[in-house]
Design a protein around this ligand. Sequence first.
Ligand code: ARG
Length: 462
Amino acid sequence: MAKAKKSWEKRLSGEPDEMTINFVESLSVDKRLYKYDIVGSIAHAQMLTERKLITKTEFKAIRAGLIEIGDEIAQGRFKFQKEYEDIHMAIEAALIAKIGRAGEKLHTGRSRNDQVATDIRLWMRDQIDVLQDKIRQLQDALVRLASKHTEEVMPAYTHLQRAQPIVIAAYLLSFVEQLERDFVRLKNCQTLLNVCPLGSGAVAGSTLPIDRKSTAEQLGLPDISYNSIDAVSDRDFCAEFIFDCALIATHLSRLAEDWIIYSSNEFACLRIDDSFCTSSSMMPQKRNPDVLELIRAKTGSAYGSLMGILTILKAQPSGYNRDLQEDKVHVFNASDTVEACLDMARAVAASMKFDTKKISASLQEGFLDATALAEYLVRKGVAFREAHGAVGSLVAHCEQQDKRLADLRLEEFGKYSAAIENDVYECLGAKNIVGRYVTEGAAGPEQAKRQIAYWKKQLAQR
Ligand code: ARG
């Protein structure tokens, strides 16, 4: 293989140390930006032609050469040499080898500093579309599952203690809401990053008449950056993107944790499909929810990347510093991690089954109807605090007697509150209660059905 020629070989004497080559290269990480690098270079070259900095013939040779290089990379025929440090230098060197002198003009009025800032933005703009689509697919799986369970009741937990009865659909839709905020956050991130830094050069712009609006327009970026020093060092959009990924991971970790717990023998209300379980090399009976555990654990990797990018950016001197090269490690890691977790969560959600019989059989446990009973007393004119106290005493009484609220006779109720009448039994029992929720957004069947209709319409439009 031909020895890699450095663009700065006239400036620095001797060969770089082998260790330096390995340490400074980012090609192994940033080669996945190649398409964006090529698109950006073609736009830049086109602008150089418009500005008569290169000829039309030179532009045609540059464009054809770059397209060929793109094909070679896509087909795995391109030889990546880490001596070229990064994707920008690797492509430029290949272009010069292919077309000669015209290739040497491509970097006119440009630096890798504004080039890489542009490449990441272009990559991220597309990747946000990919992540949004995966969010939509998971939302879709959750809504489908929810529409099978609009009437069936399960306990809602607070502090992981039985709290109040809800329909299963409402539980599932709570994740659809969380994911919707993730979707919108990514959209906002995409809007903010849609700015073209090209023409900012290394840090101060250029004395050549670069037409910045032209490159921006060709790349479909609605605006240009307005300060060259800021433009080459701004990675706010990376931090924001990684934060958005980290929050998706947070939401998925909660979902995973729930389903791990719910599928345990102790809770036994959920069955994860066999295709997403693993077993034990020693204990033959095991059905382990490993994929959910890994979704839970991979959150750590996304958080690590968030801390990574923030630390890289902290107290960096103004302008471009090589520190910024490490941004991509974290951007790609957070994105890849979350993308894989979204796929996995969707697959699990699409195939898992609620054991409604078991859930239903255990609904009598845990006094899920206590709050509704207190509200019954409020409707009879009792002040809420007093009602709360009366029901608290009733629950303590039931615990001693090993009874449920619905087991008590009217006379027993009477000892705790004179306001309790025969109609109390309509308000007891988890299944009676969900149908009585009247507030907007409550966890009852009517609200769930309305939300499902809303989500089905929303998701169909995406
Ligand atoms: N590989 C570098 C990065 O990702 C490109 C810019 C390097 N610029 C420089 N002057 N060394 O940030």
